[in-house]
Design a binder for this molecule. Structure first.
Ligand SMILES: *Cc1c(COP(=O)(O)O)cnc(C)c1O
Length: 243
């Protein structure tokens, strides 16, 4: 399937608008836009459409599902792929085939599974700890009170380099609630840095709230629908209930 010129123009236009809004949010709080990395969340988006954005310089991409990610990685291997979805321990071998960073490390069993596989491959990988800052049952992530313990555990494994924290904010129109979640992640980030040393990545903010996340200190925002358009299924489809 080839992308039409009209569709390409829309993607490029949306991408430019997101970049402009990132710069404007930075200006409001006196931050340098160069501090913010834009990750495009590409779930359900075809490789042809992703490529339009990649050729415009948006080379940081994130996928939620391992199988879908592997196919897209083969189509666009030059991009930097992050894994941003819930990771089952039986998918660890496959995730390591494409991910430069795993943003969703959220429990000890996953730490151990990653470590075992990485040891057998004789290498290490960058990870973020995913924290459940909204206390919603349906969201994955370590509880805020347990984040520091998880950070210590990860740190004790030479195969895993903790680079920062990630959260999915509450899907709420109540922006003050969203802001509280992002403040909480920043606080936890400070605590973890107090023990582990500097962690450059604070991954928070999506289409509905990335400007707010930048105001609260995000260094990486994850944007999907604002660039590529609406997805066919609601987000609950990609973030299923239960573990
Ligand atoms: C889909 C997704 C995003 C982007 O969401 P949009 O609302 O489409 O911008 C960000 N982070 C994660 C973990 C996602 O699954």
């Amino acid at each position: 399937m080839v992308t039409s010129p009209e569709d390409s123009a829309i993607i490029l236009d949306h991408l430019a608008s997101v970049r402009r809004r990132i710069a404007e949010a930075c200006a409001r709080v006196g931050r340098d836009p160069a501090e913010i990395r834009l990750l495009l969340a590409t779930k359900t988006v075809t490789p042809e459409r992703i490529r339009v954005a990649v050729e415009a310089g948006a080379t940081l991409l994130g996928e939620n599902r391992v199988q879908e990610a592997l196919g897209k990685y083969e189509a666009i291997p030059e991009a930097e792929w992050h894994f941003i979805g819930h990771l089952q321990t039986n998918k660890v071998r496959q995730v390591l085939q494409f991910a430069k960073v795993i943003q969703s490390v959220d429990r000890p069993s996953l730490v151990e599974a990653l470590d075992a596989r990485l040891q057998s491959e004789g290498r290490a990988i960058d990870v973020l700890l995913q924290v459940n800052t909204s206390y919603e049952e349906s969201k994955y992530g370590v509880a805020p009170e347990q984040a520091l313990d998880l950070a210590r555990l990860v740190k004790s494994h030479d195969t895993l380099r903790v680079r920062g924290l990630m959260t999915i904010g509450p899907l709420s129109d109540d922006l003050e609630r969203v802001r509280r979640a992002y403040r909480l992640l920043r606080e936890i980030h400070g605590q973890v840095e107090g023990e582990l040393g500097p962690l450059p990545i604070l991954s928070m903010g999506m289409s509905g709230d990335f400007e707010l996340a930048i105001e609260e200190g995000a260094t990486l925002v994850r944007v999907g629908t604002t660039v590529f358009g609406a997805r066919a299924h609601p987000d609950s489809h990609y973030w299923p209930d239960g573990k």
